[in-house]
Design a binder for this molecule. Structure first.
Ligand code: VGL
Ligand code: ZN
Length: 199
């Protein structure tokens, strides 16, 4: 399919076992993702990329614990452990990921005041990352998404892509979830409701 792309979400050290925001089994999907790359004419990687003291970090909100919630001007926000700090080892891609195959690497979450789960828009749901324009100008209409975490960055990216009119498939066998308070179930329902094929 010449009009398709593989979008690999946040396969970074901090989301793998031993990392600051480790997702169980996060490293188990790396080889399968590498193998899938050869089936796509375009491969895009995303990288969560926060400045130190980012507003999504619990440490930026005295008295708040990691995984608690806060109200931000753009809506409710989970407070995370410090993770994927720009230039840190935790922000690097997992060493097994074949990054040479990537046509584009999209970084997100660099605005200190807004988190960005989606590869398309920041969490205010309006500030674009530029990925939509890249894909459209390349004539890409079909997206397959894999990576970390199923219920956060994969979910938000898939739903936004579907809303933008792309045909979207999420390969859940090549994703792993954080599953905070039932967030995986909510994410699965949300993706299906948005017309995402969840395989
Ligand atoms: C992610 C929480 C915070 C993700 C990123 O990649 O799913 N989750 N930052
Ligand atoms: Zn993050």
């Amino acid at each position: 399919m010449p009009d398709s792309a593989l979008i690999v979400i946040d396969v970074q050290n901090d989301f793998c076992p031993g990392g600051a925001l480790a997702v169980e089994g996060g490293d188990q999907i790396v080889q399968g993702i590498n193998d899938l790359m050869s089936e796509f004419p375009a491969v895009v990687l995303t990288q969560d990329w926060h400045p130190e003291g980012h507003s999504s970090f619990a440490t930026s909100h005295p008295g708040k614990d990691p995984f608690s919630m806060i109200d931000m001007p753009y809506g409710p926000q989970v407070l995370w452990p410090d993770h994927c700090i720009q230039g840190s080892e935790g922000a690097e891609f997992h060493e097994g990921l074949d990054t040479t195959r990537a046509d584009l690497i999209v970084r997100k979450g660099y605005n200190p005041r807004i988190d960005s789960y989606s590869a398309f828009f920041e969490n205010d749901h309006t500030t674009p990352t530029g990925l939509e324009g890249y894909l459209r100008t390349r004539g890409i209409e079909k997206l397959t998404m894999v990576g970390l975490a199923t219920d956060y960055c994969v979910n938000f990216s898939a739903v936004d892509a579907a809303k933008l009119g792309f045909t979207v498939t999420v390969r859940t066998d090549l994703c792993r979830a954080i599953d905070l308070d039932g967030s995986l179930k909510v994410a699965m329902e949300g993706m299906r409701g948005a017309g995402v094929v969840v395989d």
